[in-house]
Design a protein around this ligand. Structure first.
Ligand SMILES: *[C@@H]1O[C@H](CO)[C@@H](O)[C@H](O)[C@H]1NC(C)=O
Ligand SMILES: *[C@@H]1O[C@H](CO)[C@@H](O)[C@H](O)[C@H]1NC(C)=O
Length: 444
């Protein structure tokens, strides 16, 4: 098995990009709240203050949600005579410094929004060609985070130039400001954004529907190797708590986003937050996976039709694993038994490991070779798998190598495969199949 691993590593080793943005921020994904998914452009001072208060009183701040972000529609429709952007006089009469003070007064960090085009998506002034004056204004108001959108971009402008200009302008202010690129995945940002931003969108906007959630997820699969401390993939903000998703689907979104090391940014009306949604959003052991200091993103490591396994390494040598049941119909047999084999997460099949359910916060016992969990329709089971004996190799496993092997195994079924990669991958598949059949007897 070890020889086989070495062979696969040699054939398909892919180095991660390591030159992250040097602003000292975003070493783990941002946890926060943003007004867009719940309120779009219908925001004002009272609403914002109400949400800030609820973020604290609901216990979400205590769970780690730190950045409060005001999205589009905070400004006046035109710049003033000096070319400066200003708070909307009707809806934010006290101004942005006052909002910032309010947020900081609650022990939170303050985030704002602008756009790398001539206008924001709702038609307010964008920051293109005003990067420095706007960055100075944000810094002056005490902004700690900037979400930077991609509407109304002049066609002649290169996306990398537009996003780099704001990165430089923010740096020039001297104020540490988390830079969250919302370029919808345009221009394959994972290839270049790690050097200029703390996160980059991998997809278009998410919506409160199962189909939208799957699209955001699928567009982020295979990108784990580009993420790391200081810069993370962003499949967009959370829809947990919003109508349109079942409780299972909300849990699935939260667990998968956590393991992909996405920023976890709440976007729901906290006045209407259900107990179930609050429980998902405050799942301490799932948040701990997202915030693990190793900062290595999880990825898809095993797939059998609509049954998927996502996994990533944690700092202590454990694995975070999400078993995901994405069957489209299943009213008759909604529950899937999904097996994770130790080989898929870089553990020796002979090794014994403790398995802990992270949403249930419950130890499930000690297992050898594989573990099988029952997963409800459109739901995840999140577990932490900790080998009993710590070994140095445990910390070196990376999910993108396994993902690549999986990808190649699928391609291996195509007719014109080259023989040299064909053989070991087929062998690995056969061995995994064997392990599944012999080990998948107990279902938790
Ligand atoms: C600006 O960039 C320099 C060089 O990368 C870095 O050392 C510095 O910390 C940055 N400052 C801010 C405020 O981001
Ligand atoms: C899952 O496993 C349980 C327990 O072994 C079994 O009763 C059930 O039929 C299995 N479900 C499926 C869909 O295989």
């Amino acid at each position: 098995m070890r020889l086989l691993h070495a062979f696969i590593l040699t054939v398909i080793a892919i180095a991660p990009l390591t030159s992250a943005l040097d602003n000292g921020l975003g070493l783990t994904p941002v946890l926060g709240y943003n007004t867009w998914n719940a309120f779009y452009g219908s925001i004002d001072e009272d609403l914002v203050k109400g949400m800030v208060d609820l973020l604290v009183s609901s216990g979400l701040k205590k769970a780690g949600y730190e950045y409060f972000v005001i999205d589009d529609a905070w400004s006046n429709m035109a710049r003033d005579d000096e070319g400066c952007i200003s708070a909307n006089s009707e809806r934010f009469p006290s101004g942005m410094k006052s909002m910032s003070d309010y947020v900081h007064g609650k022990g939170l960090k303050f985030g704002m929004y602008s756009d790398a085009g001539e206008r924001t998506c709702l038609g307010y002034p964008g920051s293109r060609d005003h990067e420095e004056v706007d960055a100075q204004a944000f810094a002056g108001w005490g902004v700690d985070f900037l979400k930077y959108d991609n509407c109304w971009a002049p066609a002649s402008d290169w996306v990398i130039d537009r996003y780099t200009a704001m990165s430089k302008a923010l740096n020039k202010t001297g104020r540490p400001i988390v830079y969250s690129m919302c370029d919808w995945g345009v221009g394959n940002p994972w290839l270049w954004a790690p050097q200029i931003a703390n996160s980059w969108r991998t997809t278009g906007d998410v919506g409160p529907s199962w189909e939208s959630l799957l699209r955001c997820l699928d567009n982020t699969i295979g990108l784990s190797r580009f993420a790391g401390p200081g810069g993370f993939n962003d499949p967009d903000m959370l829809e947990v708590g919003n109508p349109g998703l079942t409780e299972q689907e909300q849990r699935a979104m939260f667990g998968l986003w956590a393991i992909l090391k996405s920023p976890l940014v709440i976007g729901t009306d906290l006045r209407k937050l259900s107990k179930a949604a609050l429980k998902i959003l405050t799942a301490e052991e799932v948040i701990a996976v997202n915030q693990d200091k190793l900062g290595v993103a999880g990825d898809l490591v095993y797939k059998e039709g609509p049954e998927e396994v996502y996994a990533g390494p944690l700092k202590d040598g454990s694995r975070a694993v999400a078993l995901f049941n994405r069957h489209t119909s299943g009213t008759q047999y909604p529950i899937s038994n999904i097996t994770i084999c130790w080989e898929s997460i870089g553990l020796d099949p002979e090794e014994e490991a403790d398995v802990r359910d992270l949403f249930a916060e419950k130890a499930l016992g000690s297992f050898k070779g594989s573990w099988t969990g029952a997963v409800d329709l459109h739901d995840v089971r999140m577990v932490r798998i900790t080998p009993k004996a710590a070994r140095r190799e445990h910390g070196e496993w990376r999910p993108w190598v396994q993902h690549r092997a999986l990808h190649d195994a699928v391609r291996a079924q195509l007719p014109d495969r080259k023989a040299y990669t064909d053989f070991p991958l087929k062998l690995q598949r056969a061995q995994q199949q064997q392990a599944r059949l012999t080990a998948a007897t107990t279902v938790q």
